[in-house]
Design a protein around this ligand. Structure first.
Ligand SMILES: *Cc1c(COP(=O)(O)O)cnc(C)c1O
Length: 396
């Protein structure tokens, strides 16, 4: 070995592992969630509306991780969390969460004893189902807590508002039930015109008035999702049910979040290979991209099995620069064109969704590109992506 060669080897051996990537994890791709931002968003929506929040953590907290988000919500003073299914609520109980929990969707009658044992409140919206619930409840200790769901225009779950009085009276007469709340859900609160929501509020209040005149006053009245809470003062009642706002997602283009809210999620990866491919070289399955000259092509370990989309025209951030994804997106990998980024290095940080320095790829932007909405983007992030919770950039 000559002198020059060993010096080179030494220089290489002494190089820090991460020269510029500053990668805080040992994963190839992962999601970072700032729980401090979520706590701040929760405080903001409660201040803005003057109303306590039921924080909605269904769908693994819109991809953000149900248990960590629910714990952060409780730290922020929240007393209610909502999910879609009983198994989501049970997982939170298993994780040690002791706040009020509500299942917004259907619960199989067989699960009633479990809901009762774990103090989980259920939505009820159908007399046939309720009678089955009562059968199961009759042989279980304690009482089942329910929230009556009123159908006022969403065309989904709910007892039609014309039958709301009769249904709720029946429930209130059952010793095995506690009617803890009454609620409805808006179909178009995120749109520029208010007509449908106003009609829904009117129908809901008809039921509330009828009940009140008979002395039935369920303690918790709730109606608004994030968009409703922002746009309809009248519909805040005792609780707002908020998901989108606490994750920093705009409910819609017509009802964006006010200033101060921030997205909490960043999807990152490492640049795992950089090569110069000769002119005329195919990239990825089907060679749907062919190099036009010698090109620098990078590989990132992200594909459609992670919830990325197999479509053309995507962009990612590397060194605070937008670069193009080229060729078909594979199941676990895709390729990027690095000619504008001569400084890019192996294992550099890539951002697929979220902020990198001054650059941002928002869930709204990805949603537009994917022909869908921001909600579907974050909910579609695959389970195999590790969720990590770094120290917050927020003081709170
Ligand atoms: C998901 C959901 C919400 C939360 O909606 P956002 O738009 O995310 O605030 C509220 N209520 C019900 C019944 C829901 O299913």
């Amino acid at each position: 070995m000559n002198y020059n060669c060993s010096i080179q080897w030494l220089a290489l051996a002494c190089k820090p592992v991460y020269t510029r990537g500053m990668n805080p994890t040992s994963y190839s791709t992962w999601i970072e969630i700032d729980l401090g931002i979520i706590r701040q968003n929760i405080k903001l929506i409660q201040q803005l509306t003057g109303c306590p929040a039921m924080v909605i953590v269904k769908g693994n907290a819109y991809g953000h991780g149900a248990l960590p988000v629910a714990r952060a919500a409780v730290e922020a003073g929240v007393t209610w969390c909502g999910v879609s299914r009983l198994e989501e609520a049970l997982a939170l109980r298993r994780g040690g969460l002791s706040c009020h929990l509500m299942v917004l969707g259907y619960t199989p009658p067989e699960e009633i004893p479990s809901a009762m044992a774990h103090q989980i409140s259920l939505a009820v919206y159908d007399l046939i189902l309720v009678k089955k619930y009562l059968d199961y409840a009759s042989t279980s200790p304690g009482q089942l807590k329910v929230h009556v769901k009123i159908e006022t225009g969403m065309g989904r779950l709910g007892i039609p508002y014309q039958m709301g009085l009769e249904f709720t009276r029946f429930l209130a007469d059952q010793p095995k039930l506690i009617v803890e709340g009454i609620f409805t859900h808006f179909a178009r609160a995120d749109e520029p015109t208010a007509d449908t929501t106003r009609l829904q509020i009117e129908r809901f209040e008809t039921v509330l008035d009828e009940l009140q005149s008979r002395g039935i006053c369920p303690p918790l009245v709730h109606a608004s999702n994030s968009a409703g809470a922002i746009s309809f003062k009248k519909a805040r009642y005792d609780l707002i049910r908020t998901g989108a706002a606490i994750y920093g997602l705009n409910p819609s283009p017509a009802v964006p979040l006010p200033d101060g809210f921030e997205p909490a999620l960043t999807w990152k990866a490492r640049l795992i290979s950089i090569k110069e491919l000769a002119e005329g070289h195919g990239v990825s399955y089907g060679s749907r991209y062919i190099t036009r000259r010698a090109e620098r092509i990078g590989v990132i370990p992200v594909g459609y099995a992670d919830g990325y989309r197999r479509i053309d025209g995507q962009e990612v951030l590397i060194n605070e620069t937008r670069v193009r994804v080229v060729g078909s997106v594979c199941m676990d990998q895709c390729m990027v064109q690095l000619d504008d980024l001569p400084g890019a290095g192996l294992e550099d940080e890539v951002v697929l969704l979220g902020r990198q320095g001054r650059q941002l790829i928002s869930a709204e932007e990805l949603g537009k590109r994917w022909g869908t909405i921001n909600y579907e983007v974050v909910c579609g992030l695959a389970n195999r992506l590790p969720r990590i919770y770094p120290k917050s950039i927020r003081a709170s």
